[in-house]
Design a protein around this ligand. Structure first.
Ligand SMILES: C[S@@+](CC[C@H](N)C(=O)[O-])C[C@H]1O[C@@H](n2cnc3c(N)ncnc32)[C@H](O)[C@@H]1O
Length: 246
């Protein structure tokens, strides 16, 4: 069962991404003009998405991929283009609606299985790859580790995700962020150190079958994010592998 801190943060994020920031987020993830600062964020996010996708097999035909916290769905569309059976889930019904509309424009109908809800929902079934781009950055290191552990129980290949690195620069950017209009501010990002997170992952029994693979930092103006890959080094223990739901 999810910890209270996870549930509380998820609820704040639902309000933020479904109401407060929905228009700003829709714009940031489109081709519409944005401020210079946001253009650096957009460029950084494009680079990060490309990096995460490059860690998945080129041919994803027949592979089940979970886009955990899919937002407006750009990563889902790219994975589906490469043949994946994508389940895209987000707590924001508005963003999922927008993601569905955008994906239909690009790929046609019914290519992606969009869901509204929690990425940790066990009913989503098993996956070959789980990608969580910038969707865990608002959770504490303890909650990130527990979320990875739950996702890991249902993942046969790799878990790729991003965290906000704890650096002096990020602290400075947070200070600068206070000058943004209040309504546009996100719930605080929780910076984590890679070493600290690696130690937590190492102590988490449910992640014992995984090893840390590639890592990549993307730094573009006001965007700073650290990608980490966990690859399954040993098969899940007997009894841990329920039937696939699809
Ligand atoms: C910064 S946005 C990133 C969206 C998308 N991954 C991208 O990179 O464009 C974070 C997203 O994660 C979603 N999110 C946060 N916690 C979640 C959870 N527990 N389950 C599902 N979605 C979640 C938010 O609603 C938001 O859309």
């Amino acid at each position: 069962m999810a910890e209270a801190s996870y549930v509380e943060r998820r609820s704040q994020l639902t309000t933020y991404f479904d109401r407060t920031a929905v228009e700003a987020w829709a714009r940031l993830t489109s081709d519409a003009p944005v401020s210079k600062i946001r253009a650096t964020v957009r460029a950084g996010r494009d680079a990060m998405r490309a990096n995460l996708l490059s860690w998945l097999p080129d041919d994803l035909t027949g592979k089940r991929v979970l886009d955990a916290g899919c937002g407006t769905g750009a990563l889902s569309v790219e994975a589906a283009r490469r043949g994946a059976e994508v389940v895209a889930i987000d707590v924001s019904p508005t963003l999922v609606g927008l993601a569905r509309e955008r994906s239909i424009e690009i790929l046609g109908p019914d290519r992606i299985d969009f869901r509204v809800g929690d990425m940790l929902d066990p009913w989503l079934g098993r996956f070959d790859h789980v990608v969580a781009m910038d969707s865990l950055i608002h959770y504490s290191a303890a909650d990130i580790t527990r979320a990875l552990a739950e996702l890991g129980l249902r993942t046969d290949g790799s878990l790729v995700f991003t965290v906000a690195p704890r650096t002096a620069l990020l602290t400075l950017m947070h200070a600068a962020g206070r000058f943004f209009p209040r309504g546009d501010r996100a719930p605080a990002i929780v910076p984590v150190t890679e070493g600290g997170l690696r130690r937590r992952i190492g102590r988490e029994a449910a992640l014992a079958g995984f090893a840390v693979g590639r890592t990549q930092r993307v730094n573009s103006g006001f965007y700073l994010s650290n990608a980490i890959e966990l690859t399954r080094a040993s098969p899940p223990p007997c009894g841990e592998k329920p039937e696939r739901t699809r």
